[in-house]
Design a binder for this molecule. Structure first.
Ligand SMILES: [Fe+2]
Length: 427
């Protein structure tokens, strides 16, 4: 039995050890020190990521911080950076000030370094890469539904940091309950997407049904009010549509989508769309997605190549399909080499409670139930899709280069019917 004095001494000793290990940690990785009141950092891509990036963070007060940035790494020495920018939008939401700096006129395919200074001190030094404007290959990760279970959610985030994709398309249901505590936990877990060298992974946020407060996405990611938008990478190589299945798919959203698809479809090599609610869930208890099915004929007409869905907490890959009311649940397998056919993937396993994949269709290539996300390579010749199993991120070797698509040691992939890697050739 320890006396109160011995007890206090052992607590103090533990504290000293913890502090010592923390300072060893930040001595090895000086970018990690943070003397400011800023936290919960996120880099958001909303439009034109070849020249724009939105940097968001949270802070406890109305303090006016300044972001210092440039293409040369000056660590946390703010005054040495070439550029600085004040906060463009500061919103008191969920008991914290959500701050956004909207960077513009960035150079394409360049690494930028930045840190933020407030009245307390300086944030860690981060880095990020802008998207290329030339049609060169890149990778991205797509997945959603990180709702309940923090362990697989953190592991998936850590795998993102290790695979170094150009960006993550997060297809909704970040949180289970749309409240301050859940968002704080989610943003805190999102910090695991930061690589060892301080690289932030850009997020392309989509709204799910659990983002029940429509203003939550605008206030956490600075999206527009309705949270739908589109952007291109590599000139006419790739155009991505982040859609919102939680508001009417028709009406204004469809008008905008059809206008944009009509402009893009002839010249863009790869058209990809993502949203939360699937048209045809691969879980029998889930209602059919009448609202998103509105988009199916437009996707086919304008030749959208790949669609990413979420919400059901299973994994699926379809064959290239086309909408047909006479087919099973409104789809049939498309004729071979049909340039307009669409492959649907998803459906959301970033830590939400797994469900049985018990509703495969005649046009489903394979479906399963495990925590995972899709890891996608885009190049002028093709789109390649691998599905990563969220397991033991610590055993996975970290890529040194962004957009490397070689499979690192320790990474487990889904052995789907039809092959581990699905390849969609450019039309
Ligand atoms: Fe959902």
């Amino acid at each position: 039995m320890k006396t109160p004095i011995q007890l206090r001494l052992s607590i103090a000793l533990i504290g000293v050890c913890l502090l010592a290990s923390l300072s060893i940690c930040s001595a090895n990785r000086p970018w990690q020190s943070n003397s400011s009141n800023t936290s919960l950092f996120r880099l958001v891509w909303l439009e034109n990521p070849t020249s724009k990036a939105t940097i968001g963070w949270s802070q406890p007060s109305n303090d006016s911080a300044i972001l210092y940035y440039g293409t040369v790494d000056h660590g946390r020495e703010t005054k040495k950076y070439k550029h600085s920018q004040k906060v463009d939008r500061q919103q008191n939401y969920d008991d914290l000030y959500q701050c956004f700096v909207r960077l513009e006129n960035l150079q394409a395919d360049r690494v930028y370094y930045f840190c933020i200074e407030d009245q307390q001190g300086v944030s860690p030094r981060f880095q990020f890469q802008t998207a290329p404007s030339n049609p060169e290959r890149f990778t991205f990760i797509a997945g959603g539904d990180s709702r309940n279970f923090r362990e697989p959610r953190v592991h998936a985030n850590q795998l993102c940091a290790r695979l170094k994709p150009l960006f993550v398309a997060f297809t909704g249901d970040m949180i289970n309950r749309c409240n301050a505590a859940s968002w704080k936990a989610w943003l805190s877990d999102w910090q695991h997407t930061v690589s060892e060298d301080g690289s932030l992974t850009p997020i392309v946020p989509h709204r799910g049904n659990h983002e029940i407060r429509p203003e939550s996405l605008p206030n956490y990611f600075d999206t527009n009010k309705d949270s739908y938008y589109a952007f291109s990478i590599g000139g006419d190589l790739f155009r991505y549509y982040a859609l919102n299945s939680e508001i009417p798919a028709g009406g204004d959203q469809l008008k905008w989508l059809e206008y944009d698809l009509a402009q893009s479809s002839k010249k863009v090599t790869h058209l990809i769309a993502g949203y939360h609610k699937p048209m045809r869930p691969h879980v029998s208890a889930k209602r059919e997605g009448k609202n998103p099915y509105t988009w199916a004929p437009y996707f086919y007409h304008y030749g959208v190549d790949l669609v990413i869905e979420s919400d059901s907490h299973v994994i699926k890959r379809t064959y290239p399909v086309r909408p047909d009311l006479a087919g099973e649940e409104g789809f049939v397998i498309a004729e071979k080499e049909d340039p307009n056919a669409t492959v649907y993937i998803g459906e959301g396993c970033w830590g939400a409670p797994l469900r049985k994949a018990n509703d495969a269709k005649s046009w489903t290539q394979d479906a399963a139930s495990f925590n995972g996300f899709d890891w996608i390579e885009v190049s002028p010749k093709s789109i390649k899709i691998r599905t990563v199993k969220v397991k033991h991120p610590g055993r996975v070797e970290e890529h040194t280069k962004r957009s490397d698509y070689t499979v690192p040691n320790g990474l487990e992939l889904w052995a789907a019917k039809g092959g581990e890697m699905l390849r969609l050739n450019a039309d």
